[in-house]
Write a protein that binds this ligand. Sequence first.
Ligand SMILES: [Zn+2]
Length: 371
Amino acid sequence: MFNFEIISESSDSRARAGVIHTGHGMIETPVFMPVGTLGSVKSLSPEELMEAGAQIILGNTYHLYLRPGTEVIDQFNGLHRFMHWDRPILTDSGGFQVFSLARLAKLSEAGVTFQSHIDGSRHLLTPEKAIEIQICLGSDIMMCLDQCIQYPATREQSLTALETTTQWAQRCKRAWKETNNGSNTLFGIVQGSMFTDLRRQSAEELMSAGFPGYAIGGLSVGEPVEMMLEMADFTLPLLPRDRPRYIMGVGTPENLIELAALGTDMFDCVLPTRNARNGQLFTTNGTINISNSRYKDDSGPVDADCRCYTCRHYSRAYLRHLYMARELLAYRLNTIHNVYHFVNFVKHLRKAILDDTFKSFREDFYRKLEN
Ligand SMILES: [Zn+2]
């Protein structure tokens, strides 16, 4: 069922455009995937996501496992029917949240024990369990359990986490192979913090296990943006050309365009949704904060170039009013715009790769930002 093909490659960068085929339809890459942490892209209905052009969304294994729990989602045969979304879903493995959000994460031979951030209950997450949960969720693209560490980390910490990640990836692959019925696929996650030799080691170990797709994790965890780009620039060419490459948890439109230029196919980030709820809106001329008093009587749309529902019908003055009054509609309208902006920005970027005008697209992008 899972298949990836490259349609076109940019002649003046490493950017490429492709198509991923899944059991729930195809995904045109590069693609931006909105994050639906708890089985919902905060404040949006699936219809609104489709109107924004979202082809695939993310679900978070850690969160959904703790609440509502797999026994509930299992009754619906997975997340697609539970949340009324019939396009592809990618799930993370829960590793990132266990090490960043849960309490008392402790590594053992079996996996990692942790305490729920919700009720303090104790759980053991193993590579096999991470696969079992993701299969229960009905994920189209599953991720291996990995150990993501914060920045800065010592070389020793990075190496230890990398070794754990490799062992877990091998166990995840075994568990996936045993249950694989062709309805889902599994990506490995390259770790290695900010050490190029460790990034290389991680990539090589994962490739020798062999995965249908590869992600780069442990970026955008507090390091300077130049360092993030440097690691991506180093690591992406190590990965097989014919497999999708996914950089996890990144980033701003500037990050997306630079990482696409380096050959990234998939992106996810909470930026458009989280920042929408904080009143920050992304436009082709940069970000604006809708609470700013200069928008008090501004009758123009958020972004004159945007065709989203919010920009077609509402003024900045109205959006500012809703936001200042903390009306629930503010969060929805802001999120509709930001998600549309990110999804369509990457769609335009893809079109530029297909037309082989990526270089001028990129120049144009920066020129508009300066306006
Ligand atoms: Zn808009």
